[in-house]
Design a protein around this ligand. Structure first.
Ligand code: TYD
Ligand code: MG
Length: 468
């Protein structure tokens, strides 16, 4: 019998302590350390008592070639989902899908399950949060009431594994959510880090032995009460986040870790009254309802993975009434905003110290590319001067601390997408011209951009700024 001892475990990062602490030293979270009874590690029971073998089995990498040249995948037919997974779920792989409650995780996974089940595959949807009737109600609302998906409302992992092991192994099993699961091998209360980790381990073992793709749903909560799914991130093959602004209909599926595919692709969906609809051309959606002819907006020609994506960047620069001016950013990195502002002050001749500054990426998208620097700078200068930017122009380029505008990857793809959507010019770094095309003259420094926009401003009566 394993010796029981008290351990204190941080519920947000999984750090283990031998006494209670108000603040977790590992992740800095307050009030996240909770006492858990039982072993700190869920390896108790049969696995722990098994005598250790002298040798493991060793394979030669070259000897395995050919047998597994391409990971066998199960595409769902939902193109935006398959794009993010890298072409479908890999057999025997485990995916953690995280996201705020109510963002649409259960809806997306029900649609994926129904698509696979309709194609004749065995698919199981295990709900630990909702009763069967609720799950069926949602499926009916989605028009999928007749899909042959196996439904179960169950939270005990041993029961789930026993049920799934009967008959031919399912191609896909959805566990909604991992926080509600509990395993008998661990004594801690359901929802604690130890239980989440123990349950995930058992389900991963099942996936690897049966070749079933398992999807674990994980809620991300700001407070540390519910065990964060972060502790299982390193155990699973892929971590995908489903994000979006509750005020918008767009939902973005983004791979953060993927052992079998790319991590920079995104899938774009729109939440409708009949579930999630794919958005095959997101640029059109993100630019719909764009304010043309108002100051402070610039269209950024971005890339998400292999796909170009046009979004509007909005800035508001207004004189402050506070001692310390406000800086607020939605959808972009605040540190990059500070950097662009510093460069505009140092090399663009702008005075921004007495202004509140707000920057927003329209449509609820989150941009991580440095190529957005130039579009953000253009929107900021436009707002400060009150000069609207030409509506048929896109912007992209990385701004260096020296004020130089540096080239970015995939310039041609960005320009092609912009041309497709009716834009006729681009402000971008010098384009060398791919595959022997003629070079395009571009902007080389931030001073060029401020001069350019100041030129628009001075040709209008409401000129408010002089650059340089
Ligand atoms: P859900 O998939 O239950 O979210 P999660 O599993 O991530 O917690 O989605 C819940 C939200 O989606 C809810 O606020 C209602 C909305 N919704 C629609 O707008 N249309 C639909 O067809 C469905 C099923 C849900
Ligand atoms: Mg749900």
């Amino acid at each position: 019998m394993a010796k029981h001892h008290q351990t204190f475990i941080c519920q947000s990062c999984g750090a283990v302590y031998n006494r209670w602490k108000g603040k977790c030293e590992a992740c800095g979270g307050w009030n996240t350390v909770v006492e858990e009874t039982g072993a700190a590690h869920p390896m108790v029971g049969p696995a722990a008592t098994r005598p250790s073998r002298a040798k493991g089995r060793v394979f030669k990498l070259e000897g395995l070639a050919g047998a597994t040249s391409e990971a066998p995948r199960t595409p769902t037919g939902i193109a935006e989902l398959d794009r993010v997974t890298g072409g479908g779920f890999v057999r025997g792989s485990v995916i953690l899908i995280g996201g705020d409650p109510g963002i649409g995780k259960s809806t997306l996974l029900m649609q994926a399950s129904a698509a696979l089940a309709a194609a004749g595959q065995r698919v199981a949807y295990i709900s630990g949060e909702e009763a069967i009737a609720q799950v069926r109600l949602r499926a009916e609302r989605l028009g999928l009431g007749h899909a042959p998906v196996e439904l179960a409302a169950e939270t005990n992992v041993e029961d789930i594994v026993a049920t799934l092991s009967q008959g031919r192994p399912p191609v896909l099993a959805i566990i909604d959510s991992i926080q509600t699961m509990w395993t008998e091998t661990v004594e801690s209360a359901p929802g604690t880090v130890t239980q989440v980790r123990g349950s995930a381990q058992a389900l991963i073992r099942f996936a690897k032995t049966q070749g079933t793709s398992v999807i674990l749903v994980g809620h991300v909560t700001k407070d540390g009460q519910i065990a964060g799914p972060r502790v299982v991130e390193h155990m699973v093959d892929a971590v995908v986040s489903f994000e979006g602004d509750p005020g918008h209909h767009f939902r973005i599926l983004r791979a953060m870790k993927n052992r079998f595919g790319p991590t920079d692709e995104i899938g774009v969906f729109e939440m409708t009254d009949r579930g999630l609809a794919e958005v095959p051309n997101p640029s059109e959606l993100f630019l719909a309802g764009r304010d043309q002819g108002t100051a402070g907006t610039a269209v950024f020609a971005g890339m998400e993975g292999t796909r170009p994506l046009l979004v509007e960047i909005q800035a508001l620069v207004a004189p402050t009434s506070l001692g310390t001016p406000r800086r607020a950013v939605v959808g972009w990195d605040p540190n990059r905003l500070s950097m662009v502002l510093a460069v505009l002050e140092a090399h663009g001749g702008l005075k921004l110290g007495m202004h509140d500054i707000y920057l927003n990426v329209a449509g609820g998208l989150r941009i991580t590319e440095p190529a957005a620097d130039l579009a953000a700078a253009a929107a900021l200068v436009s707002s400060l001067t009150g000069a609207p930017l030409p509506p048929d122009t896109v912007y992209f380029g990385e701004v260096g601390l020296s004020g130089a505008i540096r080239p970015v990857a995939h310039a041609q793809a960005r320009l092609k997408e912009a041309a497709k959507l009716g834009f006729s010019s681009a402000v971008a770094p010098n384009l060398r011209g791919e595959k022997g095309e003629r070079p395009l003259p571009g902007a080389s420094s931030i001073g060029h951009i401020t001069d350019l926009i100041a030129g628009i401003a001075t040709s209008r009566p409401r000129a408010a700024m002089r650059a340089r």
